[in-house]
Write a protein that binds this ligand. Sequence first.
Ligand code: ZN
Ligand code: ZN
Length: 832
Amino acid sequence: MEPKIQSTSWNPEIIEKAILKKWEENDIYHFTVDDGSKPAFVIDTPPPYPSGRPWHIGAAAHYAQIDMIARVARMNGKNVLFPIGIDRNGLPVEIYTEKKYKVRMRQMDRQKFLDLCKVALDDLEAEMIQIMKRMGLSGNFKEYYRTDSDEYRALTQATFIELWKRGLVYLANRPNNYCPDCGTTIADAEIVYNEIPTKLVYMKFKVRGKEKDEGEKNNKNNDGAAIIVASTRPELLFACQAVIVNPEDDRYKHLLGSRAILPLFDREVSIVPHHSAKPEFGSGAVMVCSYGDQNDVQLFRELGLKEIVALNENGFTTEVAGQKYAGLRVNQARTKIIEDLKNAGLMEKEESITHRTPLCERSKTPIEIIPLHDYYVKQIEFVPQLKELAFKLKFHPEIHRQILLKWLDSINIDWPVSRRRFYGTEIPIWYCNACKAPNLPPSDGKYYRPWKDKPPFEKCEKCGSFDSGFTGEDRTFDTWMDSSISPLYVTKFGKGNNNNNKIFDYTYPTAIRPQAKDIIRTWLHYTMLRCVQLTDKIPWREAWIMGYGVDEKGEKMSKSKGNVIDPFPVIQKYGADTFRFWSASEANLGYDFRCSEQKIAGAQKFLSKLWNIGRFLSSFEVIDERQAPQRLEPSDRWILAELDRLVKECKRGYDEYNFFIPANAIRDFTWHLFAAHYIEMVKGRAYTTINNNNNDDDDDDNNKNEEYDGRRSALYTLHRCFSTILSLIAPIIPFIVEELWTKMYSSEFTFHRQAIFREEQTLEKVQEDVEMTKYTKALIDFNSMVWNKKKETISKETGKPLSLKDPIHIPVPPELDQFGQDLRSMHNLTTR
Ligand SMILES: [Zn+2]
Ligand SMILES: [Zn+2]
């Protein structure tokens, strides 16, 4: 029989593109609520940031695996909603636009800047969508969403207004993290810490003795004495309000209660005992400024110190610094103050140290802490509830639950959500010009832009003023305010009648949140917080956490290191399936994985092998379940027992969404057992032609039937193994499976929705045969021994080593007796 598969090699460039086109034209991944008889399976897909090329290869691998989650669920009979969104809000977009068009956001018209952002985003987005499609993502591309659409932003605003009504939002003036580069408040969750080299400066503070009426035993007059204060932030000297020393530190006990005089600024502050001063750090005496770090914030509160505003919102020193030092950048002020201290003989020494410095996660700038008016969403009071829910959420892998719990434990401030940026969802507030009270629009699903739109009301709610007018808020939300409602957006929260939202009821809570490890404390936490506030329910049943893609040496990929791999050319060159198979076989769930083009190229070998096996088998007719012989030969029962083991192993992997397990198990089985041993063992039977009877035995009907059954048993088993392999691996490499499946077994697209673990794969008779796997090692050893022996044996006729087809005299060991016929035929073993 002619093979049904003609092409001698798998050609992804042509075939994958043709298949993509078919999938798209037939809209086979369409989600409809009409399929409501099946359970819904909604993936809360992370909408990627289009922040500039190249898109990280690790990110592309991440999305390929999310697609595997979707395909597994679909094959398991679920009604899958796999939304595709693009996160277009926020800072990376603004920075990219400023760079691309060589403009400065704050120096141009806001609307014009927003328009430029949109154009830049459209280009980046088109590229990302193209890559996602080319990878074969079975997502809902038809209805892909953008977080900067009017509809999305309206939902962000409506949910904020809802929280406001319920008293979960408040305005406060507090010392807050501020990035001078980004020009905005940032949340604790957006801070990273880095060891950075800096100078520890030892400054001489003169000391003035205690007041006379405080008379105590050790009240010596300390006038004229000095205390050395060590600080990494001498530029904040003028904002110092106290000097602390450890109460156990004998060096300073006599100074407690005295006053220290700030060098250069000549102002007196108290010397106070406090445990946070470490005797072993610097001189053991520390200045407390508003605000050098979070510890200062704590100390100001604890000691009741009066805040001095040292820096303004542009990161410049304020007039409190005095004429000489006001209006400077932090670094300029630092240089100048150090210089003046030196000249005045007030600096004892400088020491080089590395200091754990808080940096803005996005711009990597050291953050400042300055008092700012910001809106806060309450989170502290939700922590106990969130912790309880964190235990109800199933984590893949389980170990990453700890990251969330640790973060929840560390929360000690509510979430500041206002940002001084342009490209984001506007805070929907107008302030009354008469009484300054904030007025909010109704949460009616409209999108509001207070910096340019008229308010949708005329009268102030607070003072009742009709004609004073309003001033629109010009700030935007932290972009996590938008991304934290993704599960609500994709399930159509707030749409339809209040109590009759069929889609929402059917799809929420969603099935799974796939995401990266580094945004657990932001995206995962904020989403839980917001959804619990709004729906009182945890938004997903499971969370799937993927590690980072690192380079081949295990280092993080970054543009500055030049080790980022652009996924698109790689996918073009090797095909989507190769890329997907590499991603599955390389990335063990939750762990970091190495990316290299060489490894991706290596993954292609398995696809070629699979193709070749398919091509070979396609020349034999398919014997299906109904035509299966009553009795199977021992070799066939053996491989089916191994197949059963494989199915169980794959099920274990797929149940955990750990594609590393099925990818490697299927490769090993297919290549090293099925092809290397089993196919070779049964080739003889498979090729038997019934009519051409050339054996030595009597030509009786009985024998004919036996042979015929032996052949049928082989063909049935070959196809059953191969079709099972295809259906098991379909979620990982859908293109090649579509092609082989369609040509060999069934019509187009059928495998997408067929059961991944079919009933017959765990038939009882296989269960009974499970013990057959005990022969696996002996079979492999015997076959290898024969192959080696032939290699080592020089033929008397040719003078060369025996070929695999040459006869050789080796007896089959008694323990493999039942496989004797197949083994003798496979190796051409002679009995004498
Ligand atoms: Zn920044
Ligand atoms: Zn008013």
